[in-house]
Design a protein around this ligand. Structure first.
Ligand SMILES: *Cc1c(COP(=O)(O)O)cnc(C)c1O
Length: 643
């Protein structure tokens, strides 16, 4: 028999083997991951921490190696070479922009510590930043204390002091000038200026003062409220003028050397950045004209990360690259200063997210899955309840013409079946049958939908409802809190099996007993998708990676359900391959309990008393008591996640 063309084509598509190129396209890895992440011929994710300039490693094999060293999942891996590469890139972009526009001054970046304060990271930053005189920005007293201890005072690097300040903060900052640090105190509120003037009087140390402006340029997205008259931070233009007068009266106008602004994080549209720079540049030249000794224009943070790789102004993306960013800043400032014949300032930026995100990869394993049975239903017997026969008929009738109508019928019959059950007309077995038939209808309809170009709105939730649940060994509240708090999207994908087709569709559910502890929004070229393509879980190791998580997630993470800090491993490339630079062990149960004031010894003692009592009353044998105490003590010493 001769098969028709349609059948032949069907056979051909079925036979087409899944390739790593298919996985690349599906997970958009080059969109968000270049030049650091890719897929190798074995179907594993590879990491090239030095971008195009150095070696790469197989992430799956790295994890297997760490597990052999008894470092359990979940693990956060930090690649210090990526950090170095990000600093290098940012500085090169500004260097190129300065050359391109013949800009007559320098760029001096600073890293905002709040983005990720961990010691190993700040130490690496200071080390890699030295070549560029890359400084630090602090937003609180504790952060100032980190900066004072880590920053090299013999270099001409900046230490920018933001945040609300008390007397002690300002005194410490001023005294640090005497250590050789180039400290700039940014005035966020006018009262701080009075304090600065008093403390200068007392210590006889000349401060360098900056003013943080509340721009009227509208921000965008999640942090859009960081600008405008009612923003939390900074001075309005009348307040800036008042500050200038105060300084003038104190004969300190020469101390005012910097103008600062920050219009929020993850600014996805370059137009917004340009508008802000334009406004700030005008304020800058005006301040210079008023007699302030202006030297620096600090453009804050906001340089975005392309989490979905779409290169759009969608909140998880950005419609510009780092070079465009540097070019626009340099060009706008130059133009404004030239027009008004004011000396061009040293340009300062405070990129956190764009520096710190790429270095960290979060790896976690799948513990189990729950899926809707794909078993084909059996036909009803003659005397089965009418509602079940109706569902069966619906199931039988589904085709490409009537699937929407069939879907509505199936819903209606299922709802009726549940009412019948509630009134006692269906038994539990019949209800189970009705539900199964309903799911079979949904699955069949879903198969048809996959082949359709247009899907009616009311059917869009179908794929979501049919998705498998992948239970993951992770607390999103601890390790990716922004996915929960602000619907932040991070790229998520398996780190192996990428030469196999991911035939399942799933959402991720974490370990916490919180219905919010799930991820059901994933990056896509257009908007977001409600399910992620995953491989069928076979009960063995299946590792997923969440990428670009190096900014803000760790410090914002919380102890929901007492899942603690996770294991962190620092990897550094060497000429031979790579080495483990540091291992920072995650919290043990004993440690998280101590954060909520439980003392492990007391707990053990209490349990010992109750086992003794139970043994005396013969409710527990001695060996059972022993086993219980042993487990309890072992648990106290163990990782809070599942092993
Ligand atoms: C948070 C913050 C930054 C960092 O912003 P990113 O968007 O992460 O670059 C910079 N400056 C100030 C004042 C901040 O508060």
């Amino acid at each position: 028999m001769v098969a028709n063309a349609q059948e032949l084509e069907k056979v051909a598509t079925q036979a087409k083997v899944w390739t790593i190129e298919d996985s690349e396209k599906l997970y958009r890895i080059s969109g968000w991951g270049e030049p650091y992440f890719a897929i190798n011929s074995a179907g594993n994710v590879t990491v090239s921490p030095m971008g195009d300039r150095g070696g790469s490693l197989d992430l799956y094999q790295l994890i297997e190696g760490l597990r052999k060293r008894k470092i359990g999942l979940p693990i956060l891996i930090r690649f210090s070479d990526i950090l170095a590469d990000r600093i290098e890139r940012l500085n090169s972009c500004f260097a190129r922009a300065i050359a391109k526009y013949n800009y007559p001054n320098l760029y001096r970046g600073v890293y905002p510590i709040k983005c990720n304060q961990h010691r190993h990271i700040v130490e690496s930053l200071v080390r890699y930043g030295r070549a560029y005189q890359f400084g630090l920005e602090v937003g609180s007293k504790p952060e100032l204390m980190i900066a004072l201890a880590l920053l090299d005072s013999s270099q001409d690097t900046l230490l920018i002091c933001n945040g609300y300040k008390d007397r002690e903060y300002i005194e410490t900052a001023l005294l640090a000038k005497k250590l050789g640090h180039k400290v700039i105190i940014i005035i966020e509120q006018l009262q701080e200026l009075d304090l600065v003037i008093q403390i200068r009087e007392k210590l006889q140390i000349e401060p360098i003062v900056g003013m943080r402006a509340k721009l009227s340029t509208k921000g965008i997205g999640r942090w859009g409220g960081s600008t405008g008259d009612r923003a939390k931070f900074g001075l309005t233009v009348p307040e800036i003028l008042q500050g200038v007068n105060t300084l003038k009266q104190a004969n300190l106008l020469s101390c005012l050397q910097l103008l600062h602004f920050h219009i929020g994080s993850q600014i996805s549209a370059i137009g917004v950045i340009k508008a802000a720079i334009r406004e700030a540049s005008q304020i800058y030249v005006e301040l210079a004209k008023l007699g302030a000794n202006m030297q620096y224009l600090d453009v804050g943070g906001g340089l975005a990360v392309d989490y979905d790789g779409s290169k759009t102004n969608f909140h998880a993306s950005k419609n510009y690259n780092m070079q465009n960013y540097a070019n626009d800043i340099v060009a706008e400032i130059k133009e404004a200063c030239e027009q008004r014949q004011v000396n061009a300032p040293i340009i300062v930026s405070e990129s956190g997210r764009a520096i710190a995100s790429h270095q960290s990869v979060l790896i976690f394993d799948v513990l189990a899955t729950s899926e809707i049975s794909g078993d084909l239903p059996s036909p009803p017997e003659e005397k089965e309840h009418l509602i079940i026969r109706n569902l069966w008929d619906t199931y039988q009738s589904i085709d490409a013409q009537n699937y929407q109508e069939a879907y509505n019928d199936a819903i209606q019959f299922k709802d009726e079946a549940i009412s019948l059950f509630n009134f006692g007309y269906l038994d539990l077995k019949q209800r189970a049958r009705a539900e199964q038939l309903y799911w079979s209808c949904c699955q069949r309809i879903n198969q048809i939908i996959q082949t359709q170009e247009y899907v009616p709105d009311d059917l869009e939730d179908l794929a979501k409802n049919l998705a498998s649940i992948y239970y993951i060994n992770l607390s999103i509240f601890q390790s990716a809190p922004d996915t929960w708090a602000i619907d932040q999207l991070f790229p998520i994908m398996p780190i192996h099996r990428l030469n196999q087709e991911p035939t399942s569709r799933g959402i991720l559910a974490d370990l916490t007993c919180d219905s919010d502890g799930k991820i059901d929004q994933f990056i896509d070229l257009w908007d977001v998708k409600p399910v992620l393509e995953l491989h069928p879980f076979q009960g063995d190791n299946y590792y997923l990676g969440m990428f670009l998580v190096g900014a803000y997630q760790e410090i914002m993470g919380n102890l929901h359900n007492l899942f603690g800090d996770i294991n962190v491993v620092h990897i550094q490339m060497t000429p031979q391959g790579y080495q483990i630079e540091h291992v920072v062990k995650g919290d043990t149960i004993k440690e998280v309990l101590s954060y909520v004031q439980y003392d492990a010894e007391n707990l053990i003692e209490t349990l010992r008393h109750s086992t003794e009592k139970a043994v005396r009353e013969k409710r527990l044998t001695l060996s059972e008591a022993q086993l219980l105490l042993e487990n309890y003590e072992n648990s106290l010493r163990s990782y809070t996640y599942l092993s």
